[in-house]
Design a protein around this ligand. Structure first.
Ligand SMILES: [Zn+2]
Length: 546
């Protein structure tokens, strides 16, 4: 076996026993060691790779909460508020009003082959339009003959036009569903909230999750984005994982040039709980190095900025009614108990503190019946956890993956509208989580916000909102803690910290190749550090060639 000796300007290993080095020796995709050439010479003769001589190596970033859908959505029309970079590096400008959104879709439909093919946009967020909601009348201005849909940035709401509602059989009076608000005429307004209501129309606009899960081009686009942002392991949280999609993922990730380790979580949906847990157990056996299977994701509530998250009293700051449950409490308790019994790890999406409370109560109950050490059941987002909840999270052996990007994208709106100043300052409490001893990661939830771990780290360190205010001074963390939260932190939530997340003997040779040293940079400049590319399993991938 040949040994490659990568020389770098600096290697930040995140191995506390040997935090810094200049060389790392790699054989067969595994790190032999990090150190000086003299120390590493004992492994045998090596070929020195000088191309990173002026670069900085970190452990490959681990994105603990992202979605392959980030790759799929780029086949639709981007209509989000913020400018956004696509997988090829092109920047799409934000759409700053409903009129601009409508105009962008009108333009895009001119390229469509058939007068009745659906047209889809993504990234909408009415909170930036003074919470003026988009209606089917708005989207009828795009077309009255073809189905039109726009997925919200949160992915928890889908707006459709009249034709899409009609085709799906939902254009009728008398509908009584919490996810289907009605207009003045007693018909659905076109805003469909939550999986059930969205699912009813998603297929009509060409956005059903099964089709998205099997999109091979999306996987390739997603992988390019990973290389561009230094990510070597990424979750897909979560997928229905139909058999066809699974076969595709196994084939694509096995290609010698595929640059990422994917960790798809199986989503618990309408199926009976025991069937989902049994499928997760069966999937585990199909795992490969670059496709790790067998974990389950449950969504407990919606999104805070969409007012569909479940909040405890005193509720939303602007008086909006409480959000939606996406899971029945009995279902959650049953899943936890069966998961613990079968050794299936479960990650639970909880945005509001009432959803967090439900997850904690359910797990406490399940653990009483089915104790299991080191289960690492992880709360995803967990944005509004208070101090008492963090102590319970620690006591129950859970981990958290906090949504640090929210400070920038919705921080101002959380302060003024959704939860008010006090809870806005405690949102995504990185420092408190660490002080409580809770294993902690941070994430982008791409496509909800863009995937870029150095940006996510910048958010947790600076807590700056889009308007430039520091929000939650006391929950800021240092750069070393933030780097941990994008490497070993998320690796821990996946039970992969023994394999990835640091550069040390025996671990996978996964590196993020950077142009500057995050530990020497101004913390305010963290997000601006250029990413050259990655090394994954010892294979080199340049962002410029991605
Ligand atoms: Zn998500």
């Amino acid at each position: 076996m040949t040994i490659t000796l990568f020389r770098a300007r600096c290697i930040r290993t995140l191995n506390p026993a040997r935090p810094q080095a200049t060389h790392v020796a790699v054989r067969d995709g595994i790190v032999l060691g990090a150190g000086t050439p003299a120390e590493l010479a004992g492994w045998g003769s090596a070929t020195t790779d000088e191309r990173f001589a002026d670069k900085v190596l970190l452990p490959g970033f681990v994105e603990g909460h992202t979605h392959l859908m980030e790759g799929a959505l780029w086949r639709y029309v981007y209509v989000g508020w913020h400018d956004r970079t696509d997988p090829d590096g092109r920047v799409w400008p934000g759409a700053r009003s409903i009129d601009e959104v409508v105009e962008r879709l009108r333009q895009a439909q001119r390229d469509l082959p058939h007068p009745d093919s659906p047209i889809v946009g993504w990234g909408l967020d009415p909170i930036y339009f003074g919470n003026r909601r988009c209606t089917r009348a708005d989207l009828d201005r795009v077309s009255t003959t073809r189905p039109v849909g726009i997925a919200h940035a949160s992915l928890h709401i889908l707006n459709v036009n009249t034709e899409a509602l009609r085709a799906a059989g939902w254009l009728r009076p008398g509908i009584d569903h919490p996810g289907v608000p009605l207009g003045d005429d007693g018909l659905p307004s076109g805003e469909m909230k939550g999986p059930e209501a969205m699912g009813a129309v998603a297929e009509r606009v060409g956005m059903d999750r099964e089709a998205l899960a099997g999109d091979e081009q999306a996987v390739r686009r997603f992988a390019r984005l990973c290389v561009r942002t230094g990510v070597t392991t990424a979750t897909d949280l979560a997928s229905p994982l139909p058999e066809s999609a699974l076969a595709m993922l196994l084939r694509v990730t096995a290609e010698p040039g595929f640059p990422v380790r994917l960790v798809p979580l199986l989503r618990l949906l309408a199926e009976p709980v025991p069937r989902t847990i049994a499928r997760a157990v069966a999937l585990r056996a199909a795992s490969t190095d670059r496709l790790r299977l067998g974990r389950v994701k449950i969504v407990a509530d919606g999104s805070i900025q969409g007012f569909s998250a479940r909040l405890r009293a005193p509720g939303y700051f602007n008086g909006a009614p409480n959000g939606l449950w996406y899971v029945a409490p009995e279902q959650l308790a049953q899943a936890y108990e069966l998961g613990l019994a079968q050794g299936v790890q479960i990650h639970t999406h909880t945005n509001g503190d009432e959803a967090i409370a439900l997850a904690l109560d359910s797990l406490a109950q399940a653990l009483a019946r089915q104790p299991r050490p080191d289960h690492r059941y992880t709360l995803q987002h967990c944005q509004l956890a208070d101090q008492a909840q963090l102590r319970r999270i620690k006591a129950l052996g859970m981990a958290v993956n906090l949504f640090a990007n929210h400070h920038f994208y919705w921080g101002d709106e959380h302060w003024s509208t959704t939860v008010g100043p006090e809870r806005a300052e405690r949102m995504n409490p990185c420092r408190s989580a660490l002080e409580a001893g809770v294993p902690m990661a941070i994430h982008s939830d791409a496509p909800v916000t863009p995937m870029a771990p150095l940006f996510t780290a910048w958010c947790a360190v600076n807590r700056l909102t889009a308007s430039g205010r520091v929000q939650g001074e006391h929950e800021r963390i240092g750069v070393p803690q933030a780097l941990h939260a994008i490497t070993l932190g998320p690796a821990h939530t996946l039970h992969l910290d023994g394999e990835i997340g640091s550069i040390e003997t025996g671990k996978r040779a996964d590196f993020a190749v950077l142009e500057a040293d995050p530990l020497a940079a101004d913390p305010h400049a963290l997000r601006d550090i250029p990413v050259w590319g990655t090394v994954q399993g010892g294979r080199v991938f340049a962002a410029s060639g991605a």
